[in-house]
Design a protein around this ligand. Structure first.
Ligand SMILES: Nc1ncnc2c1ncn2[C@@H]1O[C@H](COP(=O)(O)OP(=O)(O)OP(=O)(O)O)[C@@H](O)[C@H]1O
Ligand SMILES: [Mg+2]
Length: 277
């Protein structure tokens, strides 16, 4: 591990949702979570449904503030800041969601879907050129720019969503279950694309997943959540070799090994090919 300051540093972070008003029942989505995300690492956030993974991603994006504790991005506390103070962060940290259609407006052409974040963030570039570049980086034909997202398959839409996230040249990419809504046959392709992009653009990846087999192949370190609590965190190989907690052992035991083998094979096959810039 380098001595540089971490990309994200969470200290004692809790998030409590008050449902049905101030005196209604509350849900503790995250409970006293502390961990760091190191620059250039791919960090997995794993845990069953409802364990707080997406809540955590919203705190990293500063879309929500923690109820208590602090979230730092590099040396700055981002929790509880106003939009003006967060402008820089809005460019540096991007997200890709599970269901690409929910983040892609069906009335917009792909060109506008990719250009929109650039305009919103006032990034001065030749739009046409940047859109072509982005489409190439996700291995889509540049002619896709003139079509609508609904004219593409699920896997292609996820490529468009990834291109859109890459537009502002982020430092961090958060991927919240980026392949779980996709057909099994295209999952490995999208995962390989992500792996290549992380490498080419030196991205710090926060990878939210249920799938321990995929996490094992993609991520350098793992954060295990269970019902809002941090169960265990560590380097991937150490955690797989000697999980300390029973919950982690259960997760690992449930990992589908066959899929892992397939991702590894596809990835290996691709390594010999030159990647488009
Ligand atoms: N805005 C909200 N208001 C109330 N409760 C919420 C809100 N967002 C999340 N929760 C609750 O917080 C807990 C954690 O939810 P979260 O969506 O972070 O889980 P998750 O790990 O992403 O689950 P999944 O794997 O199903 O996506 C759940 O109990 C959820 O119902
Ligand atoms: Mg979620």
């Amino acid at each position: 591990m380098s001595g540089a300051s971490p990309t994200f540093d969470l200290r004692g972070v809790s998030k409590i949702y008050q449902t049905r008003g101030r005196h209604g029942p509350s849900v503790t989505a995250l409970n006293d979570i502390s961990f760091t995300v190191n620059e250039g690492d791919s960090t997995a956030i794993v845990g069953e449904s409802g364990s707080g993974k997406s809540t955590l991603s919203r705190l990293l994006l500063a879309l929500e503030a923690p109820t208590s504790g602090s979230v730092r991005y590099r040396d700055e506390v981002i929790s509880g800041r106003d939009e003006r103070q967060l402008r820089d962060l809005r460019r540096r940290v991007q997200i890709v969601f599970q269901v690409p259609m929910s983040s892609l407006d069906p009335r917009m052409k792909v060109h506008d879907l990719l250009a929109e974040p650039l305009r919103a963030l006032k990034i001065e570039v030749d739009e046409g050129e940047r859109v072509r570049e982005l489409l190439q980086s996700v291995e889509m034909p540049t002619s896709a720019a003139n079509r609508y997202a609904h004219q593409f398959s699920g896997g292609q839409r996820q490529r468009i969503a990834i291109a859109r996230a890459l537009g502002p040249s982020p430092e961090v990419l958060i991927a919240d279950e980026p392949v779980s809504a996709l057909d099994v046959s295209v999952r490995a392709q999208i995962l390989n694309l992500l792996t290549g992009l992380v490498c080419d653009y030196h991205l710090t990846l926060v990878f939210i997943s249920h799938d321990m087999a995929v996490v094992r192949h993609l991520c350098d370190s793992i954060v295990v959540l269970y019902r809002g609590n941090l169960v265990e965190t560590g380097r991937t190989e150490e955690l797989f070799a000697s999980p300390r907690e029973d919950y982690t052992k259960e997760l690992l035991a449930a990992a589908p090994q066959i899929r892992a083998a397939r991702v590894a094979r596809t990835r290996k096959g691709r390594e010999g090919e030159p990647r488009s810039a």
